[in-house]
Ligand binder design. Structure first.
Ligand code: NAD
Length: 277
């Protein structure tokens, strides 16, 4: 089994640096995919209320027989449930679907600044943490301005910010802000969401040099720059391939080849504009 290192949040709780993402995994296929991931050695699963597959995640975890405290589970508040009371109710519903008492990490999925509710939502997150219902609280798709507003108006610094991040969109400014404020960086779309990144000649050359696949060297890059990373696949061989990245290292020339890919290519919506509820 690959040995996955952990990173430590600003509240002392640890998170396995590599996990299994289940965005767009169809609900009926989720339990099987998560079971394959657990068999391959993943101990960190990233789901969301909006993915509608929390139940499958819970089923696979229950079936696995792996002690609950050995598996790290993240879920995210769906956009339509912002606000203090709705957040509290939505959290309870998630724990029921996942079949757990205490969640490891709860994230605000998107800030939706146009609705101006994320500060109230964060106060509910702080209460859930104080109540011991969740071990750590964080955000997703937050820009520096949103993080600054939480810092000015609330008490607890997010443990982590999960954002779009891949070698051609490395989020250098946001990562520097996180580092200065004790916030971990988590990369979504880490493999570039199957939109050409893995065919980049510079990256393919690094993969060939190490006798690994392009996906593996990209995941290795995320590990070496210090990101938490949550690749998704439903293909068993790829699920295993994506965690098999802890027995080789990229050198300075490889890291330079990755830096050359960083052209600021955002694939998803800008968090200031995304308003889907
Ligand atoms: P990803 O970059 O992980 O891409 C997944 C796709 O890459 C797969 O569907 C497959 O086509 C391809 N792939 C996977 N393994 C491969 C391999 N070994 N070789 C070749 N191709 C391979 O993108 P993602 O799924 O969008 O992101 C990962 C996770 O991040 C999600 O599952 C989800 O948990 C999370 N996420 C969060 C947000 C957010 O707003 N917070 C948004 C998107 C995704």
């Amino acid at each position: 089994m690959p040995s996955v290192p952990s990173l430590t949040f600003n509240n002392g709780v640890s998170i396995p640096q590599l996990g299994f993402g289940v965005f767009l995994v169809p609900p009926p296929e989720t339990a099987a995919a998560v079971s394959t991931a657990l068999d391959a050695g993943y101990r960190h699963i990233d789901t969301a209320q909006g993915y509608q597959n929390e139940q499958g995640v819970g089923e696979a975890i229950a079936r696995s027989g792996i002690p609950r405290d050995e598996i790290f589970i993240t879920t995210k508040l769906v956009n339509g449930q912002h606000g203090y009371d709705r957040t509290m109710a939505a959290f309870e519903a998630s724990t029921e679907r996942l079949g757990i008492d205490v969640l490891d990490l709860f994230l605000i999925h998107w800030p939706l600044p146009m609705f101006d509710q994320y500060v109230d939502t964060w106060r509910a997150f702080e209460q859930l943490l104080a109540d011991g219902r969740v071990s750590a609280i964080g955000v997703s798709n937050f820009e520096i301005a949103h993080l600054e507003r939480l810092a000015n108006e609330t008490d607890i610094t997010p443990a982590i910010n999960q954002v779009e991040l891949h070698p051609d969109f490395s989020q250098a400014d946001l990562r520097a802000y996180h580092e200065a404020h004790g916030i971990l960086t988590e990369a979504w779309g880490p493999l570039g969401q199957n939109q050409g990144l893995l065919d980049e000649p510079g990256l393919v050359a690094v993969a060939e040099k190490h006798g690994r696949t392009p996906a593996q060297v990209v995941l290795r890059w995320h590990i070496q720059v210090g990101n938490v990373v949550i690749p998704k696949s439903v293909t068993p061989s790829r699920i295993r391939e994506n965690i098999d990245v802890f027995d080789f290292e990229l050198d300075d020339a490889d890291m330079k080849a990755f830096a050359d890919l960083d052209v600021g290519r955002r694939l998803g919506p800008h968090p200031n504009e995304f308003d889907l509820v």
